[in-house]
Design a protein around this ligand. Structure first.
Ligand code: FCB
Length: 445
């Protein structure tokens, strides 16, 4: 009998579950500004997202992260919530301005204490902590000095990384420097959609280099400080499809600017050569720093890039999600297998993948079959990539719970757990129950 046809209770094929393996890390992910709230408490300094979200017209409904999911005050309850999902790993980010309000100089003991307890609370519940140092919330004090456009900020970041590595490195399962530097550079500095809201393509290119430099300096500083846990970075990536044979050139350019621009300095020590992608200013030695060995690579995948000069739409055979992004699970396999063919990759964790739905709570229940279907199909694609030799170690669903979705505010819900923002009531959606059962099934082998 063909094993592929035997579906398990989760709907994944038995073969896919076996391929992912019993020691696969099943996780959920969040980021500091999106869930913590307590934006002005216990000594936290303002970040660029506080300033941006408080600027009229920047976010849907003028939403801000002032309260968000109030996770700062509900940490222990949320730790129980995480444990109740049966996940073995939790990915979170550290708010730089909570632990070091000005981005340099004095540390904030209450901020540091919050993350110490979070990490210890995860370990006490048997959940591996995966931390990210920078999920887009630069201390505003550093923005006032030029932000990521100023080379000096990369050195401030390395100091911050070394301190966190020194304090938490002995207990973390993994520590990533940046989350999605493409978004920081491009959406923050070229399109202005995200904080700090600047619109300058040349600046964005320079920012991308300073982000990568800061990553390299941070790895060097953390390793020099004896940080024990695996160190890496999280990139957002997509497969790219040319709409017609005439669009191949555009597809190559999209892939170069989205994927290769970040991956190649990290893995090969050079930027991709493409006439449409001028180089930033690079000082001697920068690329050698950036190329420091990665213990792991985090990949965030949501959809593919569709390259069409004529503006032809993608086929959208599986529809689009609530953000308008095409659902295209096959892209995850295409992307990973393509990367595996081209590069010598470190171990990979899928650090984000998820589906926003217009969820509603009815009689205490959220029926989100579309999300379950999305995750199931992406896991199937992931298992196929693994079967083709890609060294994937785990998968983090984005997100643990509904939260502040950047410029979309609270209008977009990605969570496995529904949040009623008026009461802060958390309710497990159908997908959360399904995910828990899937994990149990995978662990049983
Ligand atoms: C990613 C971000 C994450 C979340 C998801 C939907 O780009 O890393 O914070 O907003 O998209």
């Amino acid at each position: 009998m063909d094993m592929k046809t035997i579906s398990t209770a989760s709907g994944l094929s038995a073969e896919a579950l076996r391929t992912l393996g019993q020691d696969f890390d099943w996780g959920v992910a969040t980021a500091a500004y999106q869930i913590e709230g307590a934006a002005f408490e216990d000594g936290r300094g303002p970040s660029i997202w506080d300033v941006f979200s408080h600027t009229p017209g920047k976010t849907a409904n003028g939403d801000t992260g002032d309260v968000a999911c109030d996770h700062y005050h509900r940490r222990d309850q949320d730790l129980d919530l995480i444990a109740s999902l049966g996940v073995g790993a939790y990915r979170f980010s550290i708010s730089w301005s909570r632990v070091q309000p000005l981005g340099q100089g004095a540390w904030n003991p209450k901020g540091l204490d919050f993350y110490e307890r979070l990490v210890d609370g995860l370990l006490a519940r048997g959940v591996k902590p995966h931390a990210t140092l920078y999920h887009w919330d630069l201390p505003q004090a550093l923005q006032d000095q030029g932000g990521w456009g100023a080379r000096d900020v990369a050195y401030r970041f390395a100091d911050y990384a070394a301190e966190i590595g020194r304090r938490l490195g002995d207990r973390l399962a993994a520590l990533a420097t940046h989350n999605e530097p493409w978004c920081t550079a491009q959406l923050g500095h070229a399109t202005g959609k995200f904080a700090p809201g600047l619109r300058d393509a040349a600046l964005a290119r320079q920012v991308s280099h300073h982000l990568l430099l800061s990553h390299g300096l941070a790895l060097q500083a953390m390793r020099a400080a004896g940080t024990a846990c695996p160190l890496g970075i999280v990139l957002n990536m997509s497969s790219v499809t040319a709409a017609t044979p005439d669009d191949e050139g555009l597809a190559r350019r999209e892939y170069a600017s989205f994927v290769r621009w970040y991956l190649e300095p990290l893995l090969l020590g050079r930027y991709p050569a493409h006439p449409a992608l001028p180089l930033p200013e690079i000082a001697d030695g920068d690329l050698a720093l950036i190329r420091a060995p990665l213990d792991f690579l985090g990949i965030n995948y949501y959809t593919r890039i569709w390259a069409s000069q004529q503006g032809l739409p993608p086929p959208r055979l599986l529809g689009v999600n609530d953000m308008g992004w095409e659902v295209y699970p096959e892209g995850l396999r295409e992307l990973l297998v393509g990367l595996q063919r081209e590069y010598r990759l470190p171990p990979i964790w899928i650090t984000e993948n998820g589906m926003p739905c217009a969820d509603s709570l009815q009689d205490g229940r959220v029926m989100d079959d579309a999300r379950i279907d999305y995750v199931r199909r992406h896991l199937q694609a992931l298992a196929e990539a693994k079967a083709e030799g890609v060294d994937v170690r785990g998968y983090f669903y984005w997100s643990l719970m509904d939260n502040f979705e950047w410029d979309s505010g609270y209008a977009k819900r990605f969570g496995l757990v529904h949040v009623d923002y008026a009461t802060q009531q958390r309710t497990l959606k159908d997908s959360a129950h399904w995910y828990r059962e899937l994990i149990e099934e995978a662990r049983r082998g």
